[in-house]
Design a protein around this ligand. Structure first.
Ligand code: G6Q
Length: 547
């Protein structure tokens, strides 16, 4: 048994940070930079080609020392060790958390339940690679013998957001002769639009569901089956047009998908940590097995960095501890993530699930209510677009929003001066947020007195800049792993289970109860509250009128 540790806010490291915060809260970044001409280099770290500039944060050397002290006191190193050792750190589901095994190199050994799981991981990767090659090369054809030209991933949450994000991120590396689309929502529009204009004889569905029981995915999978079979007119077509990615072989068989066309994964892979498992089959088909493996190598490079590097130079640890600093001491509610790379347009949406489903928790591992803030709200859009809309609030509003800027030195689509302009913008944003513009500067520009307050930028708004060479499959893997482990770090400090998601359950259960109340021909006995009853009645009445 581990010795009982004091609740977070009663620990000495926490108390020291509270005191330190009082000293630092009104210190301006301009002061911190003028006091230390080498600050930009001092608060920067690099790993596997990712450069992390965290100098524009409201920190001093003392802040970092105290934050890392908090990490030590919370037993972060032991928690990292426990994850890599396959311990059941997802306590509420009694599961190991081993997404790191999904990208371990062939020949490595990572144990779960007394067994090395790496050989199984590579066996599945090899089968995926074989399938992807046959499909991309035209050896795998549809039921009528036509080549497959369209691939539709059907899945939701962790079985959708990773694949969509990775496909968009790596589009530059994808086979442009293939159309890859995604259906997640139970809203029929999603299915209708994803299949619009496609020939069923040339379309393959990948049904991605860890449980193979998720309402939305199963409903969409049945509609896909109907859409295919109505056109192809033969049950046997399922074998050529449907493959499954799941941990539930029995349900996959019930659906009619041959186990030969099923790609498995394991209960130690959480949904939001699964884009590098067989859930990434659509990614592999789009970009090819070599690029997929390069992405896994990128993940692995950061896994190793996280596992072995001292905390003070450990990128995910630095990012995670800065998140704690703003969330718990400055009271910041949100984090903005702004990739200055159009291909990363779905990255913020992906991060929303990764961060908010993982750390949106209100009790600690032993079930005690927390008396501090946990996971912040993540949001964002690609730059420069955001600059022309919501950045106003970040610059001049009343809320503190730490920002993550992500940028690449080399463009994938060089076009005139575009890339220099893009990068000038991301650098300028960090500078403007940190240093702002004083009333004196505004006046000196000849601004009339009445307008001066409106044109003043207070500055002192923190940001991180992550700069990498170029967006490649490996870089994408590195970036995702960076955030995964930052989320882990934060969860370890807060002492919560970052790997369960009970919060999504209640809505699912209640929806199952309401479906028959909407559909039954006889007037149902409604036993909800008056608002819920009223909405159900109104929908039923409308449905009656419109048929
Ligand atoms: C992720 C969550 C959740 C899950 C979906 C889909 O961590 O558990 O987003 O991925 O609910 O679940 P299935 O893959 O089982 O359909």
């Amino acid at each position: 048994m581990e010795a009982k540790v004091a609740p977070l806010r009663q620990r000495s490291a926490w108390k020291a940070l509270e005191e330190h915060y009082q000293k630092l809260r009104n210190v301006h970044l301009s002061t911190l930079f003028s006091e230390d001409p080498r600050r930009g280099e001092r608060f920067a770290a690099e790993a596997a080609g990712l450069y992390l500039d965290y100098s524009k944060h409201r920190i001093t050397g003392e802040t970092m020392r105290l934050l890392l002290g908090l990490a030590e006191e919370a037993g972060l190193r032991a928690r990292i060790g426990a994850m890599f050792a396959g311990e059941q750190i997802n306590v509420t589901e009694r599961r190991a958390v081993l997404h790191v095994a999904l990208r371990a190199p062939r020949g490595a050994s990572i144990m779960a339940g007394g067994k090395n799981v790496v050989p199984e991981v590579h066996a599945v990767l090899d089968r995926m690679a074989d399938f992807a090659r046959r499909l991309r090369g035209g050896a795998w054809t549809g039921h009528t013998g036509k080549r497959i030209r369209n691939v539709i991933n059907v899945g939701i949450g962790g079985s959708d957001l990773g694949p969509v994000m990775a496909y968009e991120a790596l589009r530059h590396y994808s086979d442009r002769n293939l159309t890859v689309r995604f259906v997640s929502n139970v809203d029929g529009t999603d299915f209708a639009e994803a299949t619009h204009g496609l020939d069923p004889a040339e379309t393959l569905f990948i049904i991605c569901s860890k449980t193979f029981t998720t309402l939305e995915t199963m409903t969409n999978a049945q509609s896909a089956r109907k859409w295919s079979l109505e056109a192809l007119g033969d049950e046997r077509a399922v074998a050529k047009h449907f493959v499954a990615v799941s941990t539930n072989a029995a349900e996959v068989a019930k659906f009619g998908i041959d186990s030969q066309n099923m790609f498995g994964f394991w209960d130690w892979v959480g949904g939001r940590y699964s884009m590098d498992s067989a859930i990434g089959l659509s990614t592999m088909i789009a970009v090819g097995p070599e690029h997929f493996r390069a992405m896994l190598d990128g993940f692995h490079a950061i896994d190793e960095h996280f596992r072995t590097t001292p905390l003070e130079r450990n990128l995910p640890v630095i990012m995670g501890m800065l998140a704690i600093w703003y969330n718990d001491f400055f009271g910041a509610q949100t984090v903005g993530v702004f990739p200055y790379e159009q291909y990363l347009k779905r990255f913020p949406a992906y991060l929303q699930q990764l961060t908010m489903e993982s750390n949106g928790k209100h009790v600690t591992l032993d079930g005690a209510a927390v008396d501090y803030q946990t996971g912040p709200i993540f949001w964002g859009e690609p730059g420069t677009n955001g600059q022309h809309s919501f950045y106003q609030l970040i610059h001049q509003g009343t809320k503190l929003i730490p920002c993550d800027f992500i940028a690449f030195c080399q463009a994938l689509n060089p076009l005139g001066r575009h890339h220099d302009m893009l990068i000038a913008n991301v650098i300028a944003q960090g500078e403007a947020l940190a240093f702002g513009k004083t009333a004196e500067q505004v006046k000196a520009e000849g601004t009339p007195d009445w307008l001066v307050p409106h044109r003043v930028f207070e500055g002192n708004r923190p940001s991180t800049t992550i700069l990498a060479g170029q967006l490649t499959p490996a870089t994408l893997g590195k970036l995702v792993a960076l955030y995964e482990h930052s989320v882990f770090t934060q969860g370890a400090i807060w002492g919560i289970d970052s790997f369960d998601q009970w919060g999504v359950e209640l809505g699912k259960v209640l929806a199952q109860r309401i479906i028959p109340e909407l559909e039954s021909p006889a007037e149902p006995q409604l036993k909800h509250d008056s608002s819920t009853n009223g909405l159900i009645r109104r929908y039923r009445e409308h449905r009656k009128k419109t048929g």
